[in-house]
Every structure is written in C-alpha cells, then in structure tokens.
Write a protein that binds this ligand. Structure first.
Ligand code: SAJ
Length: 428
C-alpha cells in the first residue's frame, strides 16, 4: 500500500516526533492537536515539550514543507491516533481523548484508508471502542478500511533514535490491516516489524511496562529487606546479577512517569480478580516515597521545622518531565510533616509546584539546609564535588535514595551519608 498524505492526531511526546519523522522521510503530514496553544507554539517554530533532538527534528520537518499543523484533521491516506490515555482517580483508564480523536476522524474516513491507534490502551480498545466509532462513517473496519494497533515503545530521553531503531509490533484487526500498518511504518522504521492481532499488540505493550514495574517493585522490597538486615542492597543486587538468569533492577524513591506507574492499572481494571501480583507491585512502588520519608526522619531525628534540600524533582534521571514523580511526592510528604523543603531541579529550574518552594539555583537550595536529599540521579547532581558542596552548606547530613554519591568521596569531605537500602539493621 502507498501513502502520500497522513494525519497524526495528538502532538505530544509520541505524536510530534512521529509526525516529524514521517515528514522528514518524504510524506505529507498534517499534525493535529486540539490544544490551540500547542498549535500556535508549533506554528511559530516553538516547542511545548522537551526531548533531546526534538527541536532539530521538528524544524527540519516544518522546513521541508511536509509537516503542517492544524487543530482539525483533513482527508488523508492514513490516520495515526497518538493521544494520552491517563487514568482517573479510581485508577480506571480514561479513554476520552482516544474516543474524541476517533470521532473527529469519522467525517474524513474514506474507503481504503488506514487508521492506527498508538496510545497505550486497555486490552480490546481497538476492537471494542475504536472500531465501532469509526463504523459511524458507514464503512466497516477490516473490510472497507484498515484498522491496526501499534504501541509506541520509545524511552523518554531517547525518543528520536528509538522511534526509528526499535522493533515495532503492529496488531491488525485482520491480516490485511496489519500489513497496511507495516507498509506505513516501513517509511522510517529500521527495527524489525512484527505483525500480530490488535488485542495481542495492546497486551504486549501493557505486559512490557507491567513486567518492568514488578521488577522495580522487587528491587524496592529488597532495599527494605537490606535495611532491616543491615546489608548493602546495591552490592547484593550486583552480586545476584552475576547469576546468568538473574537481572534485578534498581531500587529508588518510587516509580514515576506517565507509563510504568499507569499502565499496569489497565490490566488490573480489566481483570482485578486475577492480577494480585500486579496490584501488589503497584502497592510497593507507590508506597516507596513513604518509606523514603521514614528513612529521612530517622537520619534527622525530628523533621518539623528542619530545612531539607530536595535535589531532583523529575521522574527519572536527565529528563525534565515531572509527571507522577516520586521525588515530588516525597517533597510534599516532607512539607506536610512540617519540614521546610527547598527543591532544586537542574532540568526545570522554574518549575511551579503547589505547596513546594522550587529554588532557581543549587546554592540557594542547600545554603542553610539541615540535610541534602538526593532524589534523582541526574548527571549534574551525581557529579557534584563534595569539597565544593562542603563550602556552600553548613549541613553534613546526606540522604541518598538513588545510590548516586560515593561513600568515600563524601565522607572524606566530612559528610555523613544515609543511603536507601544500606541498612543499619533497624528499619522495616
Ligand atoms: N526506575 C527505577 N528502577 C529502575 C528503573 C526505573 O526505580 O531500575 C524508575 C524510574 O526512576 C522512573 C520509573 O521507574 O521513575 C520509570 O522509568 P523507566 O526508565 O523505567 O521507564 P519510562 O516510564 O521512562 O519508559 C517506559 C519504557 N518501558 C520499558 O522499558 C518496558 C519505554 O520503553 C516505554 O516506551 C515507555 O515506558 C512508555 O511510553 O510506555
């Protein structure tokens, strides 16, 4: 199947790089977003999100004349839906953006078109939700037009490279739909393209992120056990991982971001009675911030009225994304317990967060602090020079939740480090 013009709905972390990559590979692309601010920013050559390399890619796409931006779709050979699927307060998937994107396609859908859903979605969304909406056009999915699900699997921070290089799973409503999807992504994908059914592809995506969540949960539980038994979890994990069939992930302050802390709930929602392990893992990871606060309390004795420098607010290293960040949960819990929390996020110095004081420099965050807490192993934070920091702050108390600071160097500069998972034998 040949494609000349495509329409990408949703210009966020996935839609914008996808639209731009198709455009730089020669397709005419209409990028659509319902948020007028996003449309205006992109049309003026600006960017509303941060991702390494994205600015250059979007400029090249716009500069080629192949990418245009609009607040509504138009006729096209293929439509890609890449809108968010957040969850609601009750942890149930909120499909309103997927539903409204599908609805806006209906008037433009023509015989022979291809529609692809990329948004992470609960099992059977393509078949049970998207297909019936598109049928309002009078055309039948799989017969009059092609319909497929193809999950994005790119890692924030490496999206531009991974979007091209990663293997891509394409699940069709039927085989012809999967093949049409393959023809489209062959435009730029260099990784292997594997065809399957739409529901399998939805499951594959949810299984990948759930697997990672469960693996991080066991690492977090090991950190608690190490604290209890007075050993160093980081050393123990390194040793266990010497086993050829063991690959334990890292403990930390919790699991954040808009994927791994969200997607497992889509499986729980679909089948609560047969997902006890997934639910338990979510419970462990979601309670890790409270566990870290208990460690901070122990290191400081009383935390009420104490000034605590919270270093790093992003959900993971070297990104500026604050969504579902456990670092922010910890800062807020400390604030709620009466501490004066002075936050510093090197990748978003002007972040505005309710109840939290975000400082625009490291020096102002640490100068009068009673303790420094390392919450994210951002490169600029883990490479700080202990002797320079010793001159900039009066405190000598450090709490390292990510194993980012070396014992020897900081101790030599006069600091006392409490590290997550390096037990004194009394937690838990
Ligand atoms: N984390 C740990 N310990 C670890 C690894 C991660 O505590 O050993 C924490 C991170 O600090 C972060 C959270 O987990 O708070 C998630 O970070 P991540 O780097 O594991 O994943 P994401 O959410 O940035 O991206 C994931 C990726 N999925 C997998 O690796 C299976 C990515 O490939 C997906 O495309 C993305 O979710 C997505 O969009 O679904």
């Amino acid at each position: 199947m040949n494609f000349n013009k495509i329409c990408v709905l949703g210009l966020g972390y996935i839609g914008l790089p996808t639209a731009s990559t198709f455009a730089t590979h020669g397709l005419k692309v209409l990028g659509v977003d319902v948020n007028q601010k996003v449309v205006d920013t992109l049309r003026k050559g600006g960017l509303h999100i941060h991702e390494p390399g994205l600015r250059t890619l979007v400029s090249a796409a716009l500069g080629s004349g192949n990418l245009s931006i609009s607040d509504q779709p138009d006729n096209a050979d293929a439509f890609i839906i890449a809108v968010p699927t957040p969850f609601k307060r009750d942890k149930k998937a909120d499909l309103k953006y997927v539903i409204s994107a599908a609805e806006t396609i209906v008037p433009y859908l023509r015989r022979g078109n291809l529609v692809i859903l990329e948004s992470t979605s609960p099992p059977r969304t393509t078949v049970d939700v998207v297909a019936p909406i598109l049928a309002q056009s009078g055309l039948e999915a799989g017969k009059d037009f092609y319909l497929a699900y193809s999950p994005e699997r790119v890692l924030p921070g490496q999206i531009i490279r991974e979007i091209i290089e990663n293997a891509r799973v394409i699940g069709g409503l039927n085989q012809e739909s999967a093949k049409a999807g393959r023809d489209l992504y062959l435009t730029f994908v260099r990784g292997e393209i594997i065809l399957t059914s739409a529901t399998s592809a939805e499951m594959v995506k949810l299984m990948e992120n759930t697997y990672r969540d469960v693996n991080i949960a066991i690492a977090n539980e090991f950190s608690r056990l190490a604290d209890k038994f007075g050993i160093d979890v980081w050393e123990a994990i390194t040793l266990a991982n010497r086993h050829p069939r063991v690959d334990i992930l890292h403990p930390g302050p919790g699991v954040g971001g808009h994927c791994i802390s969200v997607d497992p709930w889509f499986l729980v929602e679909a089948a609560p009675e047969i997902t006890p392990l997934i639910q338990a893992a979510r419970g462990v990871n979601d309670s890790q911030p409270q566990y870290v606060v208990a460690i901070i309390k122990k290191a400081l004795g009383e935390i009420k009225g104490k000034k605590i420098a919270a270093l790093g607010l992003a959900y993971k290293p070297n990104v500026d994304d604050l969504r579902e960040s456990p670092a922010i949960t910890i800062a807020k819990l400390l604030h709620d317990e009466g501490a004066i929390v002075q936050c510093y996020e090197p990748f978003k110095k002007d972040a505005k967060i309710k109840d939290l004081k975000v400082m625009d420099s490291l020096d102002s965050a640490i100068a009068d602090a009673d303790a420094l807490v390392l919450l994210v192993s951002h490169t600029p934070l883990v490479t700080l020079d202990p002797n320079e920091i010793a001159e900039k702050t009066n405190t000598r108390i450090l709490i390292d939740t990510v194993n980012g600071w070396s014992d020897e160097a900081w101790k030599a500069a006069g600091f006392r480090i409490t590290r997550l998972g390096v037990g004194s034998g009394s937690h838990g």
